[in-house]
Ligand binder design. Structure first.
Ligand code: DGJ
Length: 326
């Protein structure tokens, strides 16, 4: 019989294996879908949807898993992740609560506010037919939670489904969200404490039908990756570039290369984050959804390469952080 302490010795990853089963340090499949990564005090924190439950069909015929909550994992090396618990759990005893198991809680993103020292989570909250279309906000004093739910709203009064957050170098933060029934991607500024919207927003991609946004900045330039709108099924990612978050965005082509690049390697963007201490090193995070059994959905993490005329995200069966040192 293998004891837990021995098991954690056995599971030692030394590289990334996109699309393969990824176990946490207890030997359990990582449950952090539609997620994001935050670096804080020498540790990385990975937040995502815990979908470790049975699939069911919603009343509008979409595969779903009842809300369990938002998981948090921690890691010092990005390969090996320790489960820190459900940082924002479902609320089972109030059927009207945004986080009731019968609802939808997706794409959690967490920023640290350097002024208040707080960790602020935004996520997409909805009902099972996706007509509520709101953003929820939760706050914690610790990166691993527990997060306290503050409520939800339609940002600047409009519907909001897939979403992400982006924090700029000067501390300004933005919500980037699909609106107008997913036809238009909107960029909205957050208040200085990141718990609300400050009222400024721009319609960045009108009638372009983009979702799954992921924003990052490199060498003064902003990049926005997104997918088309085909539910849990993959399509071609596109990248857009801009010199200003609230400026004019230019939608470019698919930056992926390799087999199945036009299907985003059978995955969908969720976040891009920089590796600490390594220059020009950003990791593209995507979800390889498994619609019939969402709990078994996998993760596709790949390095972003910067070129004179844009970025490239190349498929690799296995890779490690030395890729950034070459
Ligand atoms: C596509 C979105 O990107 C996912 O987050 C999820 O909402 C599915 N649609 C549901 O079909």
């Amino acid at each position: 019989m293998i004891r837990d302490s021995e098991l954690s010795d056995l599971i030692k990853y030394e590289d990334f294996q996109p699309g393969e089963l990824w176990l946490d340090t207890n030997g359990k499949p990582i449950q952090a879908h539609g997620g994001s990564v935050l670096f804080d005090n020498g540790m990385y924190y990975w937040y995502g949807e815990n979908k470790d439950g049975p699939n069911s069909l919603s009343r509008i015929g979409i595969q779903r898993v009842d809300v369990i909550g938002i998981s948090c994992y921690s890691s010092s090396d990005l390969y090996n992740w320790t489960f820190e618990g459900i940082a924002l759990p479902a609320i089972s005893d109030d059927p009207n609560h945004d986080l009731h198991p019968s609802k939808v809680a997706e794409r959690p993103k967490v920023l640290k506010n350097d002024q208040t020292g707080q960790y602020i989570m935004w996520l997409h909250v909805d009902n099972e037919d996706y007509t509520l279309a709101k953003t929820g906000v939760a706050i914690s004093d610790n990166p691993a939670g527990p997060f306290v739910y503050m409520g939800s709203k339609r940002p600047n009064g409009v519907d909001s489904r897939d979403m992400t957050l982006f924090k700029d170098e000067d501390g300004t933060a933005y919500l980037i969200h699909s609106s107008d029934w997913n036809k238009t991607l909107i960029i909205s500024r957050l208040t200085d404490d990141y718990t609300d919207l400050n009222g400024e927003f721009t319609k960045a991609f009108i009638d372009q039908s983009r979702e799954a946004p992921a924003v990052f900045k490199h060498a003064g330039r902003y990049y926005l990756l997104s997918s088309g709108c085909t539910g849990w099924y993959p399509n071609a990612a596109l990248v857009a570039e801009s010199d200003r978050m609230m400026g004019r965005w230019e939608l470019k082509d698919n930056p992926l290369s390799g087999v199945n690049a036009r299907k985003t390697f059978y995955a969908q963007s969720t976040y891009v984050f920089p590796v600490q201490g390594l220059e020009n090193s950003f990791i593209f995070m995507a979800d390889r959804w498994w619609p019939e059994e969402l709990a078994d959905s996998r993760y596709v993490w790949l390095p972003v390469t910067f070129m004179d005329d844009g970025i490239e995200i190349k498929w690799a069966d296995r890779w490690d952080l030395n890729t950034f040192r070459k």
